[in-house]
Write a protein that binds this ligand. Structure first.
Ligand SMILES: [Zn+2]
Length: 287
């Protein structure tokens, strides 16, 4: 980058800056008289590059963790679905048991009616008068109706049992499918967990190495901004004249300051450290 001939001035509109030596927000960094503009530019540029490099690594770690975070949820969903289907099978089976008890009760009551009819018919042979005969006939008629009614109920219950058995069959079929899905999903999850853990370990090591290259105060500021940012991004590029973190417009003067690499500049809206495409390209080329 060409050396700028502009003299540094206290610009009230320059906005918040992070002092690279203290890592805290404050007034623009005071530059010792003996330091040349070129060396300031070099130093700040390398600090920004280191920070952005760290941010890129940490972003990849975040992404791996979020991918892994969703998979157990999918397994959980399947397990919930299977539990729901098993409950349905159990409910149908209980209903079938109840219906079968009802059927056997009705069967018994038919049997009882038939026995009573037999008994009344025998009694009719030995009646002393018509009144007794008619009375027994009424009983026989009544028991015949009872038996017919019970048989009708038995048929209805049997039909209900059949319907439920068909439903159970369907649910069990679905249950088997879901159980197969679950096994596959679990295997997939295990593979991905193993895979991402390996990748994550490599990235964590790189992140730690990168952190060792950054001065502690700047690192503390980075970590603080990162913890406060919803997407975990503490260092963002300027994109189409806006902050890449919160998308608020960046005033031209501040944009110019970012390009000059003379101080570390943060977004006045979200507090994220801003880098220009020069820094972004350096880090991009390394990957
Ligand atoms: Zn912002």
């Amino acid at each position: 980058m060409a050396k700028t001939t502009k003299t540094r001035k206290k610009d009230k509109n320059a906005g918040k800056v992070i002092n690279p030596s203290t890592g805290t927000e404050g007034s623009p960094v005071d530059v010792p008289e003996t330091t040349t503009e070129e060396s300031i530019e070099k130093t700040v540029k390398s600090k920004l590059t280191s920070l952005y490099r760290l941010q890129t690594i940490d972003f990849q770690i975040d992404r791996l963790r979020s991918v892994r975070g969703e998979l157990p949820l999918e397994v959980q969903d399947l397990e919930d679905e299977i539990a729901g289907l098993e409950t349905r099978v159990e409910k149908f089976n209980n209903e079938i048991n109840e219906l079968e008890t009802e059927i056997s009760n009705k069967k018994q009551s038919v049997q009882e009616s038939l026995e009573l009819i037999k008994k009344y018919e025998a009694q009719q042979m030995n009646v002393r008068n018509n009144r007794e005969y008619d009375s027994l006939s009424k009983e026989i008629e009544y028991q015949t109706l009872e038996a017919q009614l019970a048989e009708k109920k038995m048929k209805e219950f049997s039909a209900e049992v059949e319907t439920r058995k068909e439903m159970v069959e369907k649910v069990v079929e679905e249950l088997d499918e879901r159980k197969k899905d679950l096994e596959a999903k679990k295997a997939e999850l295990n593979d991905i967990v193993a895979e991402t853990e390996k990748d994550e370990a490599v990235l964590i090591k790189r992140s730690e190495e990168q952190r060792n290259k950054i001065e502690e105060r700047l690192l503390t500021a980075y970590q603080r901004i990162r913890n406060n940012a919803r997407n975990g991004l503490a260092v963002v590029p300027v994109e189409r004249d806006a902050c890449g973190g919160c998308f608020n417009k960046i005033p031209p003067q501040r944009h110019l300051d970012i390009r000059l690499h003379k101080k570390i500049i943060v977004c006045e809206y979200c507090g994220r450290v801003l880098v220009d495409d020069v820094i972004m390209d350096i880090v991009k080329k390394e990957q």
